[in-house]
Design a protein around this ligand. Structure first.
Ligand code: TTP
Ligand code: MN
Ligand code: MN
Ligand code: MN
Length: 371
């Protein structure tokens, strides 16, 4: 029995971008449960429900201590009836029936296995499931047509579903840095995504590339890709051209979260640590490399701060920044620019700090954007 006076009451602001969310999560059981329901909703094309569960999980991630009683949650934002029911079940019974049955369901398991293939989204997976395809074996037997990305994804399935370590991310950083300075001296490479937020593992490695002189970055990506390919570092790559024009497109077109930078989605062939730098005379019994997903993005220096902020994540933190900008400040934020709708002008920024200041937000460093 907990004494009423000893119950810790929590208080958090309602937008994730107003909060400091470190990797030190005191409510892992609860946030894992809500994240699983979010994932299930997203895989079922119910994005609204997905976001609701993500927001609820993010509120719990920001709490300074474990939740032990429902009464502690009074007044917290983003906790809807459904999320509260799940939390209550777990606090009272150690588990939520809804979460457990979702986890065990054939449909969820099949969606997870199939979307675990690089290049396969929920729509494709859903179509395959309706055709009776529930696993990789059935997919291979089915004769379904796979695009180039999906073929590579299937071929490297096990590697790509194994977490990338920080040590592997560092090894890839060195390779990308060598590639970039070889083709354009003075160009800069920054690690973004989860690793910039201090995560020790990730599903891929993300990089942002720029040059301090505006315009020098034009045409850089094909050169970097050619260098990497000629050195045998790429198992797969697909490069997309920059399609952003400030005047024509307007500020980030809030209808789409996709940015328009020159980007390359790739699969690296990374030498295993014990093999790096060692030339063997006999072929070893085990494979000497593994496949790792790597994202490269090139940004002009004038948009660099926005690109850095946009590619550091977390995905929910980004979504909340855009929602804050639009709903609270009448501004439109994208990975390219910040537009002030009241002043009808773009607000320039040379650093992430300046963007937070434009938005009237306290600066949150990358390690505290793990919402
Ligand atoms: P991810 O690499 O998908 O996520 P992550 O690095 O946070 O986590 P993980 O460890 O699983 O890799 O995306 C990184 C950031 O890049 C994310 O904040 C959103 C952004 N992003 C875009 O801006 N546009 C895109 O098309 C994609 C795929 C990501
Ligand atoms: Mn703590
Ligand atoms: Mn990532
Ligand atoms: Mn990525």
């Amino acid at each position: 029995q907990i004494n009423e006076a000893e119950v810790v009451l929590f208080s958090v602001p309602s937008y994730a971008c107003q909060r400091r969310t470190t990797l030190d999560n005191h409510n892992v059981t609860l946030t894992d449960a809500l994240s699983l329901l979010a994932e299930n909703a997203e895989l079922s094309d119910e994005d609204g429900r997905g976001v609701a569960f993500r927001r609820a999980a993010a509120v719990l991630k920001a709490l300074p201590a474990p939740v032990t009683a429902m009464s502690q949650l009074t007044g917290l934002p983003c906790l809807g009836d459904h999320s509260l029911r799940v939390i209550k079940d777990i606090l009272e019974n150690e588990a939520s029936d809804e979460v457990e049955s979702t986890k065990q369901s054939d449909r969820f398991k099949a969606l997870k296995v199939l979307t675990g293939i690089f290049g396969v989204g929920s729509k494709t997976a859903d179509r395959w499931i309706r055709d009776g395809i529930h696993n990789l074996h059935q997919l291979q037997e089915s004769g379904a047509t796979l695009n180039r990305a999906q073929q590579a994804g299937l071929e490297h399935y096990d590697d790509l579903n194994q977490q990338v370590t920080k040590a592997e991310a560092d090894a890839i950083t060195e390779i990308v840095q060598e590639a970039v300075v070889s083709v354009l001296p003075g160009a800069q490479v920054v690690l973004t995504g989860g690793f910039r937020r201090g995560k020790q593992t990730g599903h891929d490695v993300d990089f942002l590339i720029t040059h301090p002189e505006e315009g020098r970055e034009v045409g850089l990506m094909p050169k970097v890709v050619f260098w990497l390919e000629s050195q045998g570092f790429l198992l797969y790559q697909k490069t997309t051209r920059n399609s952003y024009l400030e005047v024509k497109d307007g500020p980030g077109r809030p209808s789409s979260n996709m940015d328009r930078f020159e980007r390359c989605l790739s699969i690296f062939k990374l030498a295993k640590k014990e093999e790096r730098g060692i030339k063997l005379t006999n072929p070893p019994a085990h494979r000497r490399w593994r496949a790792v997903r790597v994202d490269l993005v090139v940004s002009p220096i004038s948009q660099f701060a926005f690109a850095l902020l946009g590619w550091t994540g977390s995905k929910l933190f980004e979504r909340e920044l855009r929602r804050w900008a639009g709903h609270e400040k009448a501004m439109s934020l994208s990975s390219h620019a910040l537009y002030d709708n009241k002043q009808s002008r773009y607000l320039r920024a040379a650093s992430e700090e300046e963007i937070f200041a434009h938005l009237g937000l306290e600066y949150i460093p990358p390690s505290e954007r793990n919402a």
